[in-house]
Design a protein around this ligand. Structure first.
Ligand code: AMP
Length: 279
């Protein structure tokens, strides 16, 4: 695996690759890799000739400086995992390689910036679109692979791609879970043993909604799923909603549209998100 740390070096390398009309796949990540990330690498390898993974803990998408400070950065371990997964290129720049001090980002994210993750993490999608645009512009992949785990992020990036005519095939890949159902996340390693136990409430609530979706009205589904989060000072539910899969507007009755349940919850100091497609 080749490792590049500068835009200049990866651009130089890719200019020769591109002249061979080889299909390039990009998997953007923030590192601390787990099987969820590696499933995206596998998808890229199945669809493209060259797979590039980026590891960059993007400061502009963090609305909580403590979360940014605590974000794990096990680069040597990540390199080993990527080598074993057959990744061709790792791009892992430092912050000052990607940002100048004075720069601004003008893309208007739109309504998605005010709901769900956008509401609880002000400015988050501004930062996400900023870095993803930079990576797309630098690498110019044919395809880019994202996890359904960050479903709203996938919708936001899809819209940006359409708005800006980026002409990149965006592929959403399934959520990879631990054996007991917890969605894999780089933040899971921060959970204590008792928090790890409590974190299962996210999966259980989504699974309850999914299995009862056709039997119970939406209000009752949410009321009963909410009960799983009560009476624990250590667990604080930020949102649990059932939404239209395309717009993420909340739905209150079941119509023909496809629905998805989305959740965000603080377990102690760690913020976890998850979702499940319902219909
Ligand atoms: P992150 O490093 O958390 O920014 O994630 C990088 C990419 O991996 C994003 O597209 C995520 O949606 C995806 N991802 C994270 N966790 C999982 C998971 N458990 N299953 C599948 N994809 C995931």
């Amino acid at each position: 695996m080749k490792i590049f740390k500068t835009k200049f070096a990866i651009r130089e390398f890719l200019s020769t690759v591109r002249s061979q009309k080889i299909k390039i796949g990009l998997v953007p990540t923030m590192g601390a890799l787990h099987d969820g990330h590696l499933s995206l690498v596998a998808q890229s390898k199945a669809n493209c000739v060259i797979t590039i993974v980026s590891i960059f803990v993007n400061p502009t998408q963090f609305n909580n400086s403590d979360d940014l400070k605590k974000y794990p950065k096990p680069l040597e371990k990540d390199i080993q995992l990527l080598e074993n997964a057959g990744c061709d290129i790792l791009f892992s720049p430092e912050v000052d390689e990607m940002y100048s001090e004075t720069e601004d980002w003008g893309y208007e994210v739109g309504p998605m910036s005010n709901i769900l993750e956008g509401k609880f993490r002000p400015g988050h999608y501004k930062g996400v679109t900023q870095i993803v645009f930079k990576l797309f512009d630098l690498i110019k992949p044919d395809s880019a692979f994202f996890g359904q785990k960050d479903y709203q992020q996938f919708l936001v990036i899809s819209k940006m791609s359409q708005d800006l005519n980026l002409n990149i095939d965006l592929i959403a890949c399934p959520i990879i879970r631990e054996a007991d159902g917890l969605a894999m996340s780089s933040r899971n390693i921060r959970l204590s043993a008792s928090e790890r136990n409590k974190s299962l409430a996210l999966f259980k609530s989504l699974e309850f909604i999914r299995t009862n979706f056709h039997q119970l009205p939406i209000d009752e589904l949410l009321d009963r799923a909410n009960l799983l989060f009560e009476k624990d000072d250590h667990v604080s539910l930020e949102y649990l909603k059932i939404c239209d899969m395309l717009t993420l507007e909340e739905i209150h009755s079941k119509k023909k549209q496809k629905a998805i349940a989305l959740i965000a919850c603080m377990i102690g100091e760690t913020r976890l998100i998850d979702n499940m497609i319902l219909s």
